[in-house]
Write a protein that binds this ligand. Structure first.
Ligand SMILES: Cc1cc2nc3c(=O)[nH]c(=O)nc-3n(C[C@H](O)[C@H](O)[C@H](O)COP(=O)(O)OP(=O)(O)OC[C@H]3O[C@@H](n4cnc5c(N)ncnc54)[C@H](O)[C@@H]3O)c2cc1C
Length: 362
């Protein structure tokens, strides 16, 4: 099985109808009409343009760590984004702006920032996939989100047939989403991150991480310590890819945390009754973000639940739905529906999928 965390696999040729399962962390997904590998931005644009001319819009696939692709595959061609590299394109006394090619493996980039003494993405250590996909869902973990450091996104706009740079406010970043998330219009070619030149982490905001580092929330620690602590916490939850561990054959969290207004949150707390208060965090505009993992667990879907059709909830984290080796996308979606409906019945809250569903639906 390919290790998508390290060197992402490439396709052998332009007319190779390969199962897309070879290119996803779930190891699920049927064939495409073509799978092509683009090794730089120019090739990405040329391939997208050529597919459009043939009236067969291309699907963009990078690390394959946030997609659920139908067993039937996709009708058109797939372009694997494998552009690499990053460079400093700007600096002042205490910041650098680093431009990262879309296909650069995200965690390798984070490791390089930590080595260089650039602070701002260290808590996003261990997240699989590509740098170019991080704006798509405003990747976040352990108290950091890429919206805090992204200062520009270079895109190919399929509608206007132009390459341009989008400012952060055009990207409309929000919790696990952006203008890019459910649109094929833009192909990300590179991303600019503004990082502090500082050997210390950004203030540690996430309580669990602060505990692991034995510091108070708001304190800073050496970058390498933050990275190591995050990777250790993630590994314990099956959230660092390991080809030998089926608990990591997932898309990470399958559902986002529901964001409720005050009335809906009170209703949910009342429904929770004897099982205690759900873990929750204040969110934008007076709303409340509620732990989806808690809701799933308290609805009876505990770690390891499932097992039918070769899929199950991870043995390490309730939010990860995993392929145990013989799974199918159909079975995975069945399990997801059962969980979504069970949580709704128990708590009245609706769970929404975090990954992009390709040619299939929940
Ligand atoms: C074990 C595990 C843990 C995870 N933990 C986290 C986490 O903590 N936080 C988090 O936010 N996410 C997490 N994820 C989800 C995932 O890693 C991220 O969303 C990642 O950014 C996806 O990158 P990718 O290159 O694999 O994207 P892909 O899966 O290849 O693509 C995802 C979507 O983005 C589109 N896309 C990809 N690249 C481009 C591009 N260059 N231009 C335009 N569209 C593009 C694709 O068409 C698709 O719609 C986790 C996943 C796994 C498997």
């Amino acid at each position: 099985m390919p290790d998508v965390s390290a060197e992402p696999p490439t396709a052998t040729g332009p007319l190779d109808p390969r199962a897309l399962a070879d290119f996803t962390t779930l190891r699920l997904g049927g064939p495409a009409s073509q799978v092509q590998t683009a090794e730089n931005s120019d090739q990405i644009v040329q391939m997208v343009r050529a597919a459009a001319r043939d009236d067969a819009p291309a699907m963009i696939l990078a690390g394959g760590s946030n997609v659920v692709i139908a067993d039937a595959g996709v009708p058109g061609p797939v372009i694997l984004v494998r552009s690499r590299g990053f460079e400093v394109v700007g600096s002042d006394d205490d910041h650098v702006v680093v431009r990262v090619a879309a296909g650069e493996p995200w965690d390798e980039f984070v490791a390089a920032t930590v080595d260089a003494g650039w602070s701002g993405v260290e808590c996003l250590s261990g997240i699989p996939g590509s740098a170019g996909a991080t704006p798509i869902q405003n990747v976040g973990a352990y108290g950091q989100e890429v919206t805090e450091t992204i200062v520009g996104v270079e895109v190919y706009d399929r509608l206007d047939d132009t390459v341009r740079r989008m400012a952060p406010d055009e990207c409309r970043f929000a919790y696990r989403t952006s203008v890019f998330k459910h649109s094929d219009r833009w192909v990300v070619l590179s991303v600019d991150f503004r990082l502090a030149v500082d050997p210390r982490s950004a203030p540690v905001r996430y309580a669990e991480l602060a505990r692991a580092l034995a510091v108070a929330p708001g304190e800073r620690v050496p970058l390498a310590e933050a990275r190591a602590a995050v990777r250790a916490l993630r590994a314990g939850k099956g959230m660092v890819l390991d080809p030998a561990d089926h608990d990591t054959w997932s898309v990470g969290s399958f559902f986002t945390n529901p964001v409720l207004d005050a009335g809906a949150f009170e209703f949910l707390r009342a429904r929770a009754g004897g099982v205690g208060d759900p873990p929750s965090w204040p969110a934008a505009g007076g709303t409340v973000k509620v732990s989806a993992a808690w809701l799933i667990d308290k609805s009876g879907f505990t770690k390891g639940y499932g097992g039918r059709g070769g899929v199950a909830i991870s043995g390490k984290h309730t939010l990860a739905l995993t392929n145990r080796g013989q799974g199918s996308t159909a079975a995975l979606l069945d399990l997801a529906r059962e969980i979504r409906d069970g949580v709704h019945e128990r708590f009245g809250a609706t769970l929404h999928p975090e990954p992009v569903l390709v040619n299939c639906a929940l």
